[in-house]
Design a protein around this ligand. Structure first.
Ligand SMILES: [Zn+2]
Ligand SMILES: [Zn+2]
Length: 153
């Protein structure tokens, strides 16, 4: 028997979630979930997701997208980050712990996979607290923006 794919797993999680919480199992919700898990983008905001999804499917309204993202966050299938003014989302299932480098000028987000930081944090003894996951945001200026800034001097 073939192993269950990530897509099948998250779809099953969504089905459980929708059923247990009395939400309807609409095709759009599964379309959005699948799209997010097949996407090459790690981080996205509603606007870019909306444009990308409607290029392929032409079925999803913005209201449906907002509503579905709320459900996916609640179901722990998507994580919402608040970087600056915009909410950004990313997949939550089967994702390695990683950190985010955020440019305060252009808003670009880069992922940092640094095992050193990971080791320090997982070795920390947290008094009366059991860690499930964490995220570290490092703010600064990206290479592009600092090159631009030095040119304009
Ligand atoms: Zn930048
Ligand atoms: Zn990320």
């Amino acid at each position: 028997m073939q192993e269950e794919s990530i897509i099948d797993k998250v779809k099953r999680e969504l089905t459980d979630y929708l059923t247990n919480n009395g939400h309807r199992r609409t095709i759009e919700r599964y379309t959005i979930l699948q799209f997010i898990y097949e996407s090459k983008e790690d981080h996205f905001d509603i606007e870019s997701l909306y444009n990308a999804i409607n290029k392929e499917h032409h079925v999803v309204s913005k209201a449906t997208l907002y509503n579905t993202m709320e459900l996916l966050v609640d179901a722990n299938l998507v994580v919402r980050h608040r970087f600056g003014n915009n909410a950004h989302y990313e997949r939550a299932y089967n994702v390695d712990t990683h950190h985010h480098l955020i440019c305060t000028v252009c808003g670009t987000i880069k992922e940092l996979k640094d095992t050193g930081v990971k080791e320090v944090i997982s070795a920390k003894k947290l008094p009366r607290f059991t860690m499930s996951h964490y995220s570290l945001y490092i703010y600064g200026i990206c290479g592009k923006c600092s090159r631009k800034a030095s040119k304009n001097k």
